[in-house]
Design a protein around this ligand. Sequence first.
Ligand code: AMP
Ligand code: MG
Length: 433
Amino acid sequence: MLLPLAEARERVLGPLEPLPTERLPLADARGRVLGAEVVAPSDVPSFPNSAMDGYALRAEDTTEAPVVLEVLGTVLAGQAPNVPVTPGGAVRIMTGAPLPAGADAVCMVELTEPAGPDRVRIAQAVPPGEHVRWPGDDLRAGQVVLRAGEVLNPASLGVLASIGVREVEVVRRPLVGVWSTGDELSEDPGPLAVGRIRDSNRPALLARLAADGFATLDLGILRDDEAVVARALREAAERCDALVTSGGVSVGDRDVVRLVLDEVSGGEMAWMQVAIKPAKPFGFGRLGSRRIPLFGLPGNPVSSLVSYELFVRPALRRLAGHARVDRPVLAGVTEEPLPRRPDGKVHFLRVACRIREDGTLGVRSAGGQASHQLHGMAAAQGLAVVPDGTGLPAGAPVSVLLVEADDLPGPGLTESLGVADLASAGSGGGPRR
Ligand code: AMP
Ligand code: MG
């Protein structure tokens, strides 16, 4: 019986809870997930100040502009004003300097000119509040600034610094152990003996985990020796927050991995056949005294990465406290037919994506679609979700799970600014030869 993907995901994701929190200095918190909401202790800005270099004045004194005002003093950023603005007067002010008492607006310096000693000519009427940043403009005291489950991006670290936060409570980053299984796997750099292959799953999964913000532990290749595998698993289960293995999870697989995992988990492994292609076989269980999640991924290289995307990544993001566990799914359009055969499964095809002139996402097959053809995965930015049936013709709508969004080909900022000529003549377009 094939298990629908949604059900399989619910079995895995349903029971998982975020890890405990820890306190970190801001400098170490980038990319981490907030464990508790942060409230602003006071207004930001905390005092009215100038958004421009110019003259602080009373707006009502400028209604008959041009007018000449008396310059009563100067206030620089970081200083307390030492004179108030009285009727007919102005105080020279720099950006960020506190607005002197009596002033309610700032005339920018470009609209002024000297008019004799200690006099300034204001060219235009200045509306009340012009170029003034009022207290609480950015944040109000008591306001929730950031919520639990949010990722700390560089700007949010700046926000925290702006309210005087030096340490922040974040969810502990999951440490994920990764190993490979299979007697065919070789680590020897020399030529391969007949029947041996290189271990590509472990480096790919370790890199994927690191790119997704998780800490990793490389547990190497576990050979088919029950006692060795069992001991390695028990040790890893005490050190790590989650474990990922690939290979040996198919029906009828003779690898000892399944047997050992059943034993070590006390029978807690669920071996599923999920209604998807690739990545149909999948094992999930809890291990050790902390009942950490263990993911048994299929051995085929593409399958292990697709299984990672559909199960492991969202599960680990739940452990890591993310409010949002899944990658974005975009509405794409096929630019060529994406054929498949009916088999009761949802297919996740590796597709090369591009943003078209009209902003829609165009998708094409990224290469061979068999589960050992890792090259196609490397060339893909997305996984196209192709429902059971005979596939999609060209021009059909298709949902795309975007797995590599940063380098999507398509119009960039230069083109959208309407300077296409510069773009083609200029420096864009990859390395020069
Ligand atoms: P299995 O799930 O163990 O039956 O393996 C399925 C296929 O994936 C076989 O062709 C294995 O040789 C291959 N495979 C298993 N583990 C790895 C690995 N770590 N790296 C590359 N290929 C693998
Ligand atoms: Mg195997």
